[in-house]
Design a protein around this ligand. Structure first.
Ligand SMILES: *Cc1c(COP(=O)(O)O)cnc(C)c1O
Length: 365
């Protein structure tokens, strides 16, 4: 049996006719950028998340960097982010010239809130709370620290579409919640797409202007903006996806629950979910003693896995200019050597799950 780490075709085939009908509808409409599908999707996404406003954008990275740009956070400013974040989180900060300040993750793979305060300096302007792998950061602690030090909070919810912290949806705590709809994400588009949510009416308006060359009225440009528009095809297809998102999240929860129950190998440490959070299981990430050996063994059995992520941002070539070295963030560095994402996708059969479980339980390095 061949098992992919993720198989987008499976999820597609669950509702193929609905996507195809919507795609034809958009093609025939004769209107392709910022139109009725985008407007409807923005309303539906804001309602789903529980925010007042949603603004569709071209990608998750755009959601991040435009957030910092519009919050006026740039050169000379510092933004706190977890040291095991995805590289795009850090790029969202540095694209405006701001400096990322890394904080180690805790045993839940998210930022260790007890270490945030020691990273705050007179230059700190914001905390970027990344809800990694599908579970929420400790948003009670993050918001309390931000309040005490007068910091903005931006949430990166690219991997947590519909995740909750104490019953409130991720993305509704900070000033802005940023989402990516990259195809592998919970509510994945059929290309690139993203959005922000916020309760701040002025800020939502600024995003609308900024994403379209800084203009609300065509050819009347108020600021130097960007082209970060959401297109009608993606928005229309995302509306179909959204109508099934709770079911998709539920299905992945069931797969995760089965992995939790049945995976038994003393070298494979199962994901821990922080009390107060739930998880939408964007990834099922185990920490492994001998990770590379397990990945190779599973690969030989036809079971694909992915590492999220093998190089922490402070050690990536792109960020050599930050002057960080190995040993600066030992926990994040250890995680990069331990983590392994097991196959997890909508439409994964019980037989495939069994195959993964048996292979891992039988692994003896
Ligand atoms: C995917 C992702 C992004 C970037 O989103 P794109 O749409 O690919 O630009 C940012 N942050 C996190 C945590 C992500 O997983």
């Amino acid at each position: 049996m061949k098992i992919m780490p993720n198989d987008l075709g499976r999820q597609y085939s669950l509702h193929a006719a609905e996507y195809e009908q919507k795609a034809v509808e958009v093609l025939r409409s004769g209107w392709y950028i910022l139109g009725k599908e985008v407007e409807e999707f923005e309303k539906e996404w804001a309602e789903y998340i529980g925010s007042r406003y949603c603004v569709g954008l071209a990608s998750g990275l755009d959601a991040l960097w435009i957030s910092f740009r519009l919050l006026d956070i740039g050169a000379g400013d510092e933004v706190i982010v977890c040291a095991n974040a995805y590289i795009a989180c850090v790029m969202g900060i540095t694209m405006n010239g701001a400096t990322p300040v890394f904080v180690e993750p805790d045993e839940y793979d998210n930022i260790d809130a007890s270490r945030i305060e020691e990273a705050v300096t007179s230059k700190t302007k914001a905390i970027l709370a990344v809800h990694l792998y599908g579970q929420s950061c400790d948003m009670t602690a993050v918001m309390e620290i931000a309040r005490r030090h007068g910091l903005e909070v931006v949430e990166d919810c690219a991997q947590s579409h519909g995740t909750h912290w104490k019953g409130k949806t991720a993305g509704t705590f900070g000033r802005v919640g940023c989402f990516s709809f990259y195809p592998t994400k919970g509510c994945g588009a059929f290309g690139d797409a993203g959005c922000i949510v916020t309760d701040d009416e002025e800020l939502a308006k600024k995003f609308r202007v900024y994403r379209n060359y800084g203009s609300e009225r065509r050819y009347h440009n108020q600021v130097v903006g960007a082209n970060s528009r959401l297109d009608e095809m993606q928005a229309g297809l995302l509306r179909v996806k959204l109508s099934h998102l709770d079911a998709f999240n539920q299905e992945r929860c069931e797969i995760a629950a089965r992995y939790d129950r049945e995976l038994k190998n003393s070298r494979v440490h199962l994901p821990r979910i922080r009390p107060g959070s739930d998880s939408t299981w964007h990834q099922y990430v185990v920490h492994v003693d001998g990770r590379d050996a397990l990945a190779e063994y599973l690969g030989e059995k036809g079971i694909g896995t992915i590492i999220h992520y093998p190089i922490p941002p402070h050690l990536s070539e792109a960020y050599a200019y930050l002057g960080k070295k190995k040993g600066d963030y030992p926990i994040a560095e250890r995680y990069a050597d331990e983590v392994l994402s097991l196959p997890m996708y909508n439409g994964m059969t019980e037989e495939e799950q069994t195959c993964v479980i048996q292979a891992i339980n039988n692994w003896e390095p």
